[in-house]
Design a protein around this ligand. Structure first.
Ligand SMILES: Cc1cc2nc3c(=O)[nH]c(=O)nc-3n(C[C@H](O)[C@H](O)[C@H](O)COP(=O)(O)OP(=O)(O)OC[C@H]3O[C@@H](n4cnc5c(N)ncnc54)[C@H](O)[C@@H]3O)c2cc1C
Ligand code: SF4
Length: 331
């Protein structure tokens, strides 16, 4: 499958990038590592006139710890850098662990944290060639008005399949968004809409520039578990991130995030309240697993059955909270 023709723009700074964005908004796609964008362009899911290659913007890379204990990660930082960062492995292990499970080493060398956050939602009826989609009938997410997954409905249920966002939600991460009208900082929690088509709150002239992890979540124990068909290179079909702080043998605080089973990565409501103040045991882990499974709404957007994927959210949540409670941690 060939790439459609486009004009390549290579800004050297954020200011120049946002200028291009405001000039060509709606007719431009941002390229970071390109590991998702380029295959999608080959499938003619996007045929922009301009591609804005961010890779020449040196200020958008790197991990910088701040004096207050928080950390700032440039949106162009590769997943490989995050996976291998001693600082993140020590202080924010859930993020390093989630990054290490993305795709394969080659793709993690190219793929960035910003691209992982902005990753397009996926569906078996959407991530296909133009010929395939034409043959089966276009759908709501692109060029059509019906949904093959939920026929009769008007909503797109394409699934969010990034691995790091559930970990980032657990860590209460914020992102910085730049445009020609300035800079805004939003909670990652508010970035996703829960819709399969318009899945993120990002205007066509906006760019994600940085990710912030607060000091308050530093040194939490962290575990990420993921279901995939091929262990060596595959999107999650269900993913669970857990962060936990312990005190005197009891759980002081915990958060659970899930991915690949809804149109957005989500925190499991009520999980923290259920775990707080408790000593971890099998029954408690099972109860939290049940709660996570109720939050998951998998449909036939992906390989493996929805029933199996929901069940694996339950099982992985149970395993992940048990592992987090037993993992060596500072608290
Ligand atoms: C075979 C294969 C397996 C994969 N497996 C996984 C997996 O297991 N888990 C997983 O999470 N992902 C997986 N991916 C997807 C992808 O490799 C990763 O999500 C990666 O992190 C994407 O980052 P990127 O920099 O390459 O993004 P790009 O492809 O450059 O961009 C992705 C999207 O985000 C937008 N974008 C990128 N950066 C910004 C920014 N700073 N501001 C605004 N918009 C931006 C782009 O316009 C595009 O829409 C897989 C891909 C392939 C091809
Ligand atoms: S969920 Fe429905 S509308 Fe969305 S991509 Fe899949 S088939 Fe298309």
């Amino acid at each position: 499958m060939s790439l459609p023709e486009f004009k390549l723009l290579r800004p050297r700074g954020v200011e120049e990038a946002v200028r291009h964005l405001s000039e060509h908004a709606g007719n431009l796609r941002v390229l970071a590592g390109g590991t998702d964008l380029i295959p999608s362009m080959r499938q003619k899911l996007f045929e922009p006139e301009y591609v804005l290659d961010l890779r020449g913007i040196a200020t958008m890379g790197g991990i910088r710890s701040q004096s207050d204990g928080s950390v700032e990660i440039g949106a162009l930082t590769t997943l490989r850098t995050i996976e291998r960062s001693d600082f993140l492995r020590q202080h924010y292990p859930v993020l390093a662990e989630a990054a290490a499970t993305v795709a394969s080493p080659v793709l993690r060398n190219m793929g960035t944290i910003g691209g992982n956050i902005c990753l397009d939602t996926r569906c078996l009826w959407y991530n296909q060639s133009l010929t395939w989609r034409k043959g089966c009938g276009f759908c709501i997410k692109k060029d059509g008005d019906l949904c093959h997954v939920a026929p009769g409905g008007t909503k797109c249920w394409a699934v969010f399949s990034g691995d790091t966002p559930p970990a980032l939600l657990c860590l209460d991460a914020e992102i910085e968004i730049a445009s020609s009208s300035g800079i805004r900082r939003v909670s990652l929690h508010d970035f996703y809409t829960g819709l399969g088509d318009n899945y993120r709150r990002l205007q066509p002239d906006e760019l994600v520039t940085r990710v912030f992890l607060p000091a308050s979540f530093a040194d939490y124990r962290g575990v990420y578990r993921k279901l995939r068909v091929r262990g060596s290179i595959d999107y999650p079909l269900a993913g669970v991130a857990v962060v936990m702080k312990r005190s005197n043998g009891h759980i002081a605080e915990a958060r659970i995030g899930i991915t690949a089973v809804n149109p957005a990565p989500l925190l499991v409501n009520g999980a923290g309240d259920l775990l707080k103040g408790q000593a971890m045991d099998e029954a408690l882990a099972e109860a939290v697993g049940d709660l996570a499974a109720k939050t998951a709404k998998p449909l036939t957007t992906s390989a493996l059955t929805p029933e199996y994927r929901r069940e694996m959210i339950r099982v992985f949540t149970k395993r992940a909270v048990l592992a987090a409670a037993q993992s060596p941690g500072r608290n």
